[in-house]
Design a binder for this molecule. Structure first.
Ligand code: AMP
Ligand code: MG
Length: 410
């Protein structure tokens, strides 16, 4: 890992690349299939059995030999003797002989001798006499679901790097998988620094104090990324308290996210504390707005993401720089943020020298894109009203009517 370039701002892409080069997926663990929803396999998973597991009926009706009904039509109804019944979950040893049929229900195994199922609605059944009338011919293998036609035993049904969704889990259950190897779920510590911070709900605030908002927000994003968030108590602005908080967090978690205290103020102890505990800083400061004061480093086999304290900056840096890292740590192979093409509804101007990520509203009904309001990095309201970010390069004006691409965050 390259040593810190203390005074130079690196670009967002460089920052993301440095982070992703550094972060490796966690080790794997064995889990029961019942716990696999939204986990990420660390190796390809094979079906243990064929699906369907046996040839079976797709209909409620009668298992027949198609050759017996070759000449059946409305004027020449053919009568077969119904010699047995087979329901789903059972089987019959009785085979279908020429001139015979077997009453069968959907999902029941096809009896020997039969090569087609006639649906009940196409027959006339005189149950009492045990005779069934057929007025149409049927093609061999009609209304039969074949063993292994959906999934073959041994074929891959879940692949490395892709989250197991509800559908894939159903396949794992159906194909007889009972245990599987997945990447361990990252435990991510969330710390907030600042003497001014108070727990939300604590009343009243003393002069200069504010309610803390970053930990709950970051924890929600972390959990949404499929990781476990561990929220730590507020950290006062002292070097000792910050070091102690780091030590506890790294002991328990695979990655530590801090908010606040990473700029150049007298009370900004986070970088120094990270250094003191033996952390290795990779870079600090990124040419983005909001979010310039962002740091990243390694502590042994673990990672530190130092986010700025301003609530909007912490969210934007999390989405662009931390979330892909958590995805990689979790074992995901696709780290791309969802993008949607739209048309700008107003001018957006970035006269600065850092890439500006505007909080925008992408309207799904007409793909128009508007600013979500005042863009200050302390402006929680515009963040709350936006569903996407629009990247405007330095010294650039995007004009109303222009095509653009929105990074969807919600
Ligand atoms: P800092 O990055 O520590 O210099 O903080 C920048 C600004 O964000 C200051 O106005 C802080 O009061 C505010 N801030 C820092 N941390 C939080 C937090 N966890 N919740 C809400 N505001 C915060
Ligand atoms: Mg602070």
């Amino acid at each position: 890992m390259g040593r810190a370039q203390w005074s130079v701002m690196i670009s967002v892409d460089e920052a993301r690349n440095l982070i992703l080069e550094s972060v490796q997926p966690l080790a794997s663990q064995n889990i029961a299939v019942t716990d696999c929803l939204y986990r990420i396999p660390s190796s390809s998973i094979a079906a243990q059995i064929d699906l369907p597991g046996f040839d079976n009926s797709a209909m409620d009706g009668f298992a027949v030999r198609a050759a017996d009904l070759e000449k059946a039509d409305r004027n020449n109804r053919i009568e077969l003797a119904c010699v047995a019944t087979v329901e789903a979950g059972s089987e019959t040893r009785r085979a279908v002989d020429t001139g015979e049929c077997i009453r069968i229900f959907t999902g029941a195994p096809l009896p020997h001798g039969a090569d087609a199922v006639v649906m009940q609605e196409d027959t006339e059944n005189s149950e009492d006499s045990g005779q069934v009338l057929f007025a149409e011919p049927i093609k061999p293998w009609e209304n039969i679901r074949f063993r292994g036609e959906d999934i073959r035993s041994g074929s891959s049904i879940a692949s490395t790097g892709h989250r197991i969704g509800i559908g894939v889990r159903a396949v794992l259950y159906g194909a007889g998988v009972s245990e599987l190897e997945v990447v361990q779920k990252p435990k991510v510590a969330v710390l907030a620094t600042g003497n001014e911070l108070r727990e939300p709900g604590e009343v009243p605030l003393a002069p200069g104090q504010i309610y803390e908002t970053n930990r709950s927000t970051l924890a929600a994003f972390i959990e949404k990324s499929g990781c476990e968030a561990v929220v730590f108590p507020l950290v006062p602005d002292t070097l000792e308290a910050t070091q102690e908080a780091f030590r506890r967090a790294f002991k328990e978690c695979d990655a530590v996210i801090t908010s606040g205290g990473v700029s150049v103020g007298q009370m900004d102890f986070v970088k120094t504390a990270f250094d003191r505990i033996g952390g290795e800083l990779s870079f600090w400061r990124v040419a983005m707005r909001p979010g310039k004061q962002f740091g990243f480093g390694r502590f042994q086999s673990k990672y530190w993401f130092g986010l700025p304290g301003n609530p909007v900056s912490s969210v934007v840096t999390f989405l662009l720089l931390v979330r892909p890292a958590l995805d990689r740590l979790s074992g995901l192979s696709d780290l791309v943020m969802e993008r949607r093409k739209g048309t700008l509804g107003e001018d957006l101007s970035n006269p600065g020298n850092r890439t500006h990520f505007f909080r925008v509203i992408f309207k799904a009904d007409n793909s128009m894109v508007f600013s979500a309001g005042a863009q200050g990095s302390h402006r929680l309201l515009s963040l709350s009203q936006s569903n996407g970010l629009l990247e405007v390069p330095p010294d650039t004006i995007f004009k109303a009517g222009q095509e653009c691409e929105v990074l969807m965050w919600d």
